[in-house]
Every structure is written in C-alpha cells, then in structure tokens.
Design a protein around this ligand. Sequence first.
Ligand code: 6GU
Length: 231
Amino acid sequence: MFEGPFNTSIFKRAIERKLVSVDIHNIRSYTHDKHNTVDDYPYGGGAGMLLKPEPIFEAVEAIKPEAGGVPIILLTPQGRLFSQQIALELSKYNRLILICGRYEGVDERVRSYLVTDEVSIGDYVLAGGELAAMVVAEAVVRLLPGVLGSEVSPLDDSHVAGLLEYPQYTRPAVYGGWSVPEVLLSGNHAQIEEWRHEQAILRTLERRPELIDKAGLSEEERKLANKLKQS
Ligand code: 6GU
C-alpha cells in the first residue's frame, strides 16, 4: 500500500537525495503464532476486531532508538485534527514513528502506555490509518529543508499565512474567450502584489470565513476584509 506514494514525485526525490528515509514495518512480523495474528475480539463483546497490543509494542520496541524524544504517533480518527501547524511542528523532529491504527480499534494499552500523540486527518472514516500516515508523511516531508526546489517556498502555501491562495494563471492570455485578469499582464509588481493579497482575503472570506479570524491579519488587512465583505 505504501509503495506507490513513497516511490513517486517528491518522496522519491527526497529519499534518493537522502533528505529523508522511510521504513515500513509490518506488525505481522512481530507475532509469534503460526497465523501471525494481529487482532482479536473485544473483551466485553461488541462488533469488530481490535489490534492486539503485543505486535505493536514489539514492533516499536524493535525500531525505537535508545534515546527518547521520538514522537510515537498513532493515526486514529480520535486523534487531534491534523493541520499545517501540526505538520510544521512534526517537521522539527529528526525522526517520527507513525503507527497505523484501524477503524474498529486498537487495544487501549497502546494509547495509554506506548504512543505519545494521536492524529486524525479529518472527520470522516477510513478503514485504517495507512492513508492517513501517508498524508502526514507527505505534509511533513515537503517541509524539510531542501525537499522542495529553492524556487518554491512552503511558507507561501495556502494555510501557512492562514489565508487561501490567490487565483493563478498561466499562458495563454486568452483561452476559450476567457482572459487572464488585466493586472497580471501589467508588469506592475506592486499592483500585482496588492491584487493577489486582496484576492487571497476575498477567496478565504468566500470559502473558509472561519479562517479569517485565525489568520492574524493586520489592522489594514482587517479593514480590507471588512470592505470586501460589505461589497
Ligand atoms: Cl488517522 N484513521 C482512520 N481509520 N480514519 C480516519 C483517520 C485515521 N483520520 C480520519 N479518518
């Protein structure tokens, strides 16, 4: 399941350039019975199977460095909601251990005595934490120094400044009778800057108004936002 994403695009390049390494561990390798059992019925009854504690504890034990300070993160719909802020926070660590939970559940002792953090990628249900782990890994890896070309800054991304990105256009200047906004062809950089900033605020107001309050706008920007809201 991990093969595709980790062997494509930014991951592949980052791994080849030794900016990051990714190791996949199958908890089935840490079982001791002939069926490699990783799950079992819940005590007290109920639907679904739970991931057993031993294979997860043993897998982490096997790869854990001597020194502490490595976040051990369980991907679970009960975790804190993943965001660009959390990606940035996680990108500061040398190493992360991501454990893929599964929707039906994980033995509570894994939460209580093994993991240091729990993350969800959104309020919807996936069968397992695998895709979530890849989402977290990609969001974090692209923030590591040197992973993106020097010409692109991850600091310009939507959600970093707290606003959505402004609309962008490339050639041709007219396509299907639809023109690129005049100002972008003007060569007037100050005016372009201003237009983009206004568009970013406008777009955020239209699509994600709740982000505006968190965006940390200056007094002037706030006035602009209010003006745009009126019109
Ligand atoms: Cl981390 N796991 C599962 N199973 N479902 C999710 C999720 C994680 N994040 C959102 N939905």
